[in-house]
Design a protein around this ligand. Structure first.
Ligand SMILES: C[C@](O)(CO)[C@H](O)COP(=O)(O)OP(=O)(O)OC[C@H]1O[C@@H](n2ccc(N)nc2=O)[C@H](O)[C@@H]1O
Ligand SMILES: Nc1ncnc2c1ncn2[C@@H]1O[C@H](COP(=O)(O)OP(=O)(O)OP(=O)(O)O)[C@@H](O)[C@H]1O
Length: 290
């Protein structure tokens, strides 16, 4: 039975899930006056991710307790989310935060955004603030375009920069996710002159009816980063591959775990990869709903 948030003792040992997302497709529709890109995408969650732990403090200090290679504590999206929430509520509370990292940094799986969303949801509860889900999503959008979907917690057809969400029921296959050893800056890919920004809009209904989709960032990333090209080709020997977000991770769907395992064993040695189930409801939302 899933645990209800209201049923569990929310001690500092309580593990708050921060799942990965994948973009089943990513269309770049245009560019806004502020430079951000108008997108259409479908998000699905994976039953694989980071785990966060929170110990509330009465003195207003929000800090991370553990080191994460490549992420300075003051830049950490979990810490920034905690500070934003403390400030927005004026509650004067703080928290010690521990981030158990499993997701690759700059891997296109939304790890930083997911950490931020989990922090907003957890501290809203632990500090007894009573913000609604929509209020938390609006706060989260200040930290990153991917934060709102993690707060929403349902697989979604998304528009805008990813903040206009409508929930979807999707198949929940096994995914093999392969991350070549490199971190990619989302900004670099969106700023690339060669990025196509004119994909015609589709409707959610067209997507559900099987309209052909792609990841518009994929040609840019694979041309600039040959390892991503190699990952797509390696995975493509087993199932149709696709890149998530702006990379570096790529994924393919399989009907069973053994099939995914077989493909995994053929990936280049030393690359990180994992097999996970696609989820239409995120583990964070499941916890909230009980
Ligand atoms: C590629 C996706 O992961 C798809 O889900 C997201 O659109 C990116 O979300 P994110 O990592 O939370 O990205 P943000 O931190 O919001 O944006 C990083 C940078 O990428 C560029 N950016 C991002 C999203 C967007 N729709 N248009 C952009 O041009 C901007 O230069 C921005 O400063
Ligand atoms: N807690 C965190 N976990 C991961 N990255 C973080 C975190 N806090 C800040 N960051 C920074 O956020 C940036 C993007 O990290 P992230 O792992 O979310 O990228 P990503 O998986 O490519 O995300 P997206 O698919 O949203 O582009 C990196 O530059 C990283 O230093």
């Amino acid at each position: 039975m899933p645990r209800l948030i209201s049923d569990v003792p929310l001690t500092a040992e309580f593990p708050w899930p921060a799942p990965a997302k994948i973009n089943l497709f990513l269309h770049v529709i245009g560019r806004r006056a502020d430079g951000m890109h108008e997108l259409q995408t479908v998000f699905q969650f994976l039953d694989h991710g980071d785990t966060l732990f929170f110990r509330p403090r009465g003195d207003g200090v929000c800090q991370r307790e553990n080191a994460i290679e490549g992420v300075e504590p003051d830049q950490d999206l979990a810490v920034r989310a905690a500070r934003l929430l403390s400030q927005a509520s004026g509650c004067g509370l703080g928290a010690d935060i521990r981030v158990g990292k499993r997701l690759p940094i700059g891997g296109g799986l939304g790890g930083g955004s997911s950490n931020a969303a989990t922090t907003l949801v957890a501290l809203n509860r632990l500090w007894n603030l009573g913000f609604t889900r929509d209020e938390l999503a609006a706060l989260g959008l200040k930290l990153g375009a991917d934060v709102p979907v993690f707060i929403h917690g349902q697989a979604s057809f998304a528009e805008g920069v990813g903040e206009r969400l409508s929930s979807l029921e999707l198949p929940e296959p096994w995914y093999l996710v392969v991350t070549p050893p490199l971190a990619i800056s989302t900004r670099e890919i969106f700023e690339a002159p060669e990025l196509r920004r004119d994909t015609p809009r589709i409707t959610s209904r067209q997507f559900r009816a099987g309209s052909v989709t792609r990841n518009d960032c994929e040609p840019v990333t694979r041309q600039r980063y040959p390892l991503v090209d190699e990952a797509l080709r390696a995975l493509g020997r087993f199932a149709p591959p696709r890149m998530s977000g702006t990379g570096s991770s790529v994924f393919a769907a399989f009907a069973s775990r053994p099939e995914a395992l077989m493909a995994r064993s053929a990936m280049p040695k030393g690359w990180s990869s994992f097999i996970a189930r696609g989820l239409n409801e995120s583990p964070l939302a499941r916890l909230r709903a009980g």
